[in-house]
Design a protein around this ligand. Structure first.
Ligand code: ARG
Ligand code: ASP
Length: 687
């Protein structure tokens, strides 16, 4: 009997291990190293993370505040994604030097371009500090006291450890829903220069059409270099700074990958919710995602209509359109995936077994309590999300609110106005107003509509008439009028109809929605902490990885294709031939540079690999992460997932979840053939 139970247990464990799910803490990778080895990895835990010697972790950085990057030379050269460097490339671009369109290649260090505000953060060390953070608290004091004790102790510890003079910053992060606290110590470099970027027709090839999709052919990379003071310390930009000498950098593997090869991703995943109650998943999959998708479908339709009529509007709205469509597409995959996997039912079944186990103990009634809080929270949370996706996403009302805030603080607004109007097209905004505020009335229950909204509809008769009044009368329609506003004009802004609509909804949020929502969130936080703790006791054999929170993680798996639909199989490697198949000068997203066409026509590079799929568990923030082979050599740069697998933020499915990486050999190909920047190869190391 005992034997069968053990057998079943180990079977369950090995199934779980097969699944390639998980974003593991690098300092605890020793716990996974046997499994990694069984799957083909030839590295030791110390190779991956060490506090005593240089290890792979020293070659990985948090790039900016939401991407990952990796060091690839002893002179501080760094790779990340094109979409991670995008805003910096854009800032250096003008009509004369359109680096977004044409690409940018420094031909010597002297030509590299500084990027004020851009930082890269190296993790110096990470450490469990739960004892320190909870010092002075005991369970009899309750959850609220736990929170405030943790806050005060975290602030103290961070201050103690930080050393701004030397660029050392410290942050205490909650793991496992605040059952554990970790200290992360970073060295933050702030002189980071642009070295190279392909034209967008390569770096963003496929645009939003191919975003979240396979087959993919995007050359999504950009190249930067970190500079330091002559003694190697972080420093502000200065011509006397020198290339940073990293403790470790990746060697580049030219052999590539094939189906079945072991790979791992070392980077900073942003946010996942793997251990939450079925009610949270039901809300996301059945309520929130579909509602937000519907609202964004309206906005995207309006944008598309005007963008297709005018080249100027297309440029103005390309970045906005990309960001609206990015989450829109992701949510579709997510809600479909939740449905396909029957995640809500599976979680309910799990909760049933959990409840059986919990009966009579300290966790009895916990899942019911969670369910109750989620149910009470739902209409308020939906109202909050609706506000974000409607009134807050309208451009003129948002501008009015920002300007108002700045004027109140006595700040100038002319730059804000200039920035805004450069990329503003009123018909899009006005039509969005009509569509979104109609949807608001149709989809929000009566008692979750502000009185202001109902009054306005009554007095104008239609949303169209209301919109027409705002968009013809508001002073915010006039760029010069906005630019010349000063502190003395606060009353003028308060009386403006565009400001009024934003302000009225915001006030309603503050008075009717947020207080209930905040109270529910507080209850949830406490209950979720207990639920996480309880799950770890319920399944003592299971190795729980903490949900992502933009701290450094290791995800491992293998190169693998997938079946997106019945009778369809996607092979895991794409090639230059696929780019030529998509190439079309008439379709913006698929219009490649003539030089690439010529190179292809000359022959010999039909099989040039471009992107590949693998089963590594990744999420937003993993963009730009190094994808490494069994020996820790760089084979790719992670940049996306397939949309059928985007529910991996809530539930990972080995059948559908695939990360998409740029094959590093395509990066080398583009540097050489398109950028003619082969001088960069001299400092890289190849194996
Ligand atoms: N889907 C990827 C991510 O979530 C890439 C986004 C950038 N690309 C784009 N076409 N919008 O960030
Ligand atoms: N594209 C995402 C990023 O920018 C990665 C992902 O969501 O898979 O981080």
């Amino acid at each position: 009997m005992k034997k069968t139970i053990l057998l079943l247990l180990s079977l369950a464990l090995s199934f779980q291990a097969l699944a390639d799910e998980g974003m593991w803490l690098p300092n605890l990778i020793a716990r996974r190293i046997d499994d990694m080895g069984a799957k083909g990895c030839r590295l030791s835990a110390e190779d991956i993370y060490s506090i005593n010697q240089a290890s792979l972790k020293d070659a990985v950085v948090l790039f900016g505040s939401g991407c990952t990057g990796e060091l690839v030379s002893p002179k501080g050269l760094l790779f990340t994604n094109h979409h991670c460097g995008y805003s910096f490339i854009q800032r250096h671009s003008s009509v004369e030097h359109d680096y977004l369109k044409d690409g940018f290649w420094a031909m010597s260090p002297a030509e590299e371009l500084p990027n004020p505000g851009l930082t890269v953060s190296f993790l110096e060390r990470m450490q469990d500090v739960t004892g320190v953070i909870l010092y002075g608290w005991n369970p009899s004091m309750g959850e609220e006291a736990r929170d405030s004790v943790a806050k005060a102790n975290s602030a103290r510890l961070q201050k103690e450890v930080a050393d701004p003079e030397n660029g050392i910053s410290a942050s205490v992060e909650a793991l496992y829903y605040a059952n554990q606290y970790y200290l992360f110590v970073y060295r933050v470099y702030r002189d980071v220069r642009l070295v190279g970027a392909p034209p967008s027709s390569i770096g963003k090839f496929g645009g939003d059409t191919d975003n979240w999709m396979w087959p993919r052919h995007t050359g999504d990379f950009s190249i930067f270099r970190i500079y330091a003071s002559p003694d190697g310390k972080p420093a502000d930009y200065s011509p006397s700074n020198v290339p940073y000498r990293p403790k470790k950098y990746f060697s580049i593997c030219r052999d590539g990958v094939k189906e079945g090869d072991f790979t791992f991703v070392y980077g900073c995943p942003g946010s996942t919710r793997e251990y939450v109650h079925s009610e949270e998943v039901r809300y996301i999959g059945e309520v929130s995602d579909p509602q937000k998708i519907a609202l964004r479908t309206l906005r995207l339709g309006i944008q598309k209509k005007y963008m297709s009529q005018s080249q100027e509007v297309r440029i103005q709205y390309s970045a906005k359109n990309a960001s609206v469509s990015n989450a829109w597409k992701k949510w579709q995959g997510e809600s479909k995936g939740i449905k396909r996997l029957r995640t809500v039912q599976a979680k309910r079944e799990y909760e049933r077994r959990f409840n059986e186990w919990a009966a009579g103990g300290p966790y009895e009634g916990l899942t019911e309590r969670l369910e109750d809080i989620y149910k009470r929270r739902e209409p308020y949370y939906l109202a909050y999300e609706y506000f974000n996706e409607t009134v807050r996403s309208l451009e003129l009302p948002s501008l009015a609110s920002h300007v108002y805030g700045a004027l109140k603080l006595g700040r100038p607004v002319d730059a804000m106005a200039r920035n805004f109007f450069k990329d503003y097209y009123r018909p899009i905004d006005q039509e969005s107003f009509v569509a979104l505020l109609k949807a608001f009335g149709q989809n929000m229950p009566e008692d979750f509509q502000p009185a202001y909204y109902k009054d306005k509809l009554r007095s104008y008769g239609t949303v169209e008439a209301w919109a027409e009044d705002i968009y013809s009368r508001s002073l915010f329609c006039n760029a010069d009028a906005v630019a010349s506003l000063g502190a003395e004009d606060v009353a003028l802004v308060e009386a403006d109809p565009a400001f009024e609509v934003y302000n009225a909804f915001q006030k309603w949020m503050n008075s009717d929605i947020m207080p209930v929502l905040r109270a529910a969130e507080k209850e949830l936080k406490a209950a979720n902490r207990l639920y996480m703790k309880a799950q770890m006791e319920f399944e003592p054999e299971r190795d729980f990885y903490p949900d992502a929170n933009l701290t450094l993680r290791v995800a491992y798996g293998k190169v693998a294709g997938y079946k997106p639909a019945d009778a369809v199989y996607y092979a895991p490697v794409s090639t230059l031939t696929g780019i030529m198949e998509k190439d079309n000068p008439d379709i913006f997203d698929y219009n490649i540079p003539q030089s690439l066409r010529d190179i292809y026509a000359a022959g010999g590079c039909e099989d040039q690999p471009v992107c590949f799929l693998a089963t590594n568990h990744t999420t937003g923030g993993n963009s730009g992460s190094p994808v490494l082979n069994a020996d820790g050599l760089l084979v790719g740069i992670n940049f996306d997932r397939v949309w059928e697998g985007t529910m991996s933020d809530l539930v990972y499915d080995p059948v559908y979840c695939r990360n998409i990486s740029l094959d590093v050999r395509y990066l080398l190909f583009i540097i050489e053939q398109i950028g003619h920047a082969g001088w960069l190869f001299d400092e890289m190391s190849f194996s």
